[in-house]
Design a protein around this ligand. Structure first.
Ligand SMILES: Cc1ncc(COP(=O)(O)O)c(C=O)c1O
Length: 378
C-alpha cells in the first residue's frame, strides 16, 4: 500500500508465464490490437495513437514530452510536486524553454494562475500532473485548464500515472491532447509497458517536427511503424509485459471503468474516514483528495521513518513517507487497483495504529474501524 508498484492481480501474474512468441507473430499482432483497444477504453479516448511504451512510466513520460516539445518551444510546468519537476527536466532536455505556474506542494493549480501564466509567457506546451503521487493531490478543473491552453493554441500533456484505471479521467471529454501513465499503480500490473495516448492534433505536431526527437528509441514517428498499420520491426517489444498489460486492461474492462473508479472512491473513502476517526488528518483538502494515494499527516513528534519501518517489520506491509517539501510530514498510503480492497484498509489501520501507539501517540483505532465500516456500507 505504498505509492506503487501495487499488488499485481493473480491473473496478471499468470498471464506473465505465457510462453513467448515473436513480436511480429500473427498471434502477437492480435494481442497488440487488443491492448490498444482496451487502452483506449481505459483512457476514455478514441485516439488512434494509443500505445504501450516499452519501459516504465518515465519512458511514456519522455515519449510524450520528448516528441511534443521541439527546440525553442516554451513549456509551462507546475511547481506543486515532484513529478512537475521531472517534467521540467525532460522539457529542458528536449530543448524547450521552461516557465512555471506556481502552487505549493500539497495544493492543486488554480485556473486563474494558469491563465496568468499563459498571458505572460504564451507557452506552446502545458504539462500538468493529474494525480501527484508525491503529495496525494488530484488536480480538479481539468477542462478549465485545457480550454485556457487551447485558447492560446497550446498543447496539453497530462501525467496520469497514478490516476489511470483508478480515478475519473476523461481524456477526450476533458480536452487532453497527450496523456501518459504507468501500469504499476491503479492497473495493478508490473512496470514495463506504459500507456501513452496522443490525439491527431498532437500527433500532427510530432510528425511535422523540423528536427528529429533526441531519442531514437522513443521517436514516435518510428514507433508508428510498429504500433501503426505496418506492424514492422522497430525494437523487440517486451512481450511478457504486453501479455501482462493486456490482462490488467481486460480486468478493467470486465469490472467496468466507472465501477472501478467507484470502488477506489469507496474503499479509499473508508481508509480516509478510518484514519480521520483515529485522530489523524489528511494533507490535501477534501476537494483535492486523491483516492489512489492518501497523504496522511504525520502527528507532531512522530518519527515517520520509524513508523514506516514498524509497519513493514511487524506486518509486512509497505507504506511510504513524503518526498521533497513534504518529507517527514506525510505518510503516503496507496489504495490502488487490486489492492483497493476493504480487508487491506482494515489491515493498514491495525498496523499504522499500532506503529503510532508504539511512539506513544493517542490514536483511537476502534473509532477508526467504526468509521471505516460505516463508509463501506454507505
Ligand atoms: C505521477 C508520476 N509520474 C511519473 C512517474 C514515473 O514513473 P516510473 O517510476 O514508472 O518511471 C511516477 C512514478 O511513480 C509518478 O508517480
Amino acid at each position: 500500500m505504498g505509492p506503487g508498484p501495487s499488488d499485481v492481480h493473480p491473473r496478471v501474474l499468470r498471464a506473465m508465464s505465457t510462453p513467448l512468441v515473436g513480436h511480429l507473430d500473427p498471434s502477437f499482432i492480435e494481442i497488440m490490437d487488443e491492448v490498444q483497444e482496451l487502452m483506449r477504453y481505459t483512457f476514455r479516448t478514441d485516439n488512434q495513437w494509443t500505445i504501450p511504451v516499452s519501459g516504465t512510466g518515465s519512458a511514456s513520460m519522455e515519449a510524450a514530452i520528448g516528441n511534443l516539445v521541439e527546440p525553442g518551444d516554451t513549456v509551462l510546468v507546475p511547481t506543486n510536486g515532484y513529478f512537475g519537476g521531472r517534467m521540467e527536466s525532460m522539457a529542458e532536455r528536449a530543448g524547450g524553454s521552461v516557465v512555471h505556474v506556481d502552487a505549493p506542494w500539497g495544493k492543486p493549480l488554480a485556473p486563474a494562475d494558469v491563465q496568468d501564466a499563459f498571458d505572460e509567457h504564451q507557452p506552446d506546451v502545458f504539462g500538468f500532473v493529474h494525480a501527484e503521487t508525491s503529495t496525494g493531490v488530484k488536480q480538479p478543473n481539468v477542462p478549465e485548464l485545457t480550454s485556457i491552453a487551447h485558447d492560446h493554441d497550446a498543447y496539453v500533456v497530462a501525467d496520469c500515472v497514478t490516476s489511470l484505471g483508478g480515478v475519473e479521467l476523461e481524456v477526450d471529454d476533458w480536452g487532453i491532447d497527450v496523456a501518459y501513465s504507468g501500469p504499476q499503480k491503479c492497473l495493478s500490473c508490473p512496470p514495463g509497458a506504459s500507456p501513452l495516448t496522443l490525439n491527431d492534433r498532437a500527433m500532427d505536431k510530432v510528425l511535422s517536427r523540423e528536427e528529429e526527437p533526441r531519442s531514437w528509441y522513443l521517436d514516435l514517428s518510428l514507433l508508428e511503424g510498429y504500433w501503426g498499420d505496418d506492424r514492422s520491426y522497430h525494437h523487440t517489444a517486451p512481450i511478457t509485459n504486453v501479455y501482462a498489460i493486456r490482462e490488467a486492461l481486460r480486468l478493467v474492462a470486465e469490472e467496468g471503468i466507472e465501477s472501478r473508479w467507484e470502488r477506489h472512491r469507496r474503499v479509499a473513502g473508508a481508509l480516509k474516514a478510518g484514519v480521520e476517526a483515529m485522530g489523524l488528518g489528511l494533507n490535501p483538502e477534501d476537494e483535492y483528495w486523491l483516492p489512489s494515494l492518501n497523504a496522511v499527516l504525520v502527528p507532531g513528534g512522530v518519527d515517520a521513518g520509524a513508523a514506516i519501518d514498524y509497519v513493514l517489520d511487524h506486518y509486512d506491509l509497505e507504506i511510504a513517507g513524503g518526498l521533497g517539501a513534504l518529507a517527514g510530514d506525510i505518510f503516503r498510503i496507496g489504495c490502488m487497483g487490486y489492492a483497493a480492497q476493504p480487508e487491506n484498509v482494515a489491515f493498514l489501520m491495525t498496523a499504522l495504529g499500532e506503529a503510532l501507539e508504539a511512539q506513544d501517540v493517542d490514536v483511537d483505532v476502534d473509532a477508526g474501524f467504526a468509521a471505516m465500516r460505516e463508509r463501506l456500507h454507505q
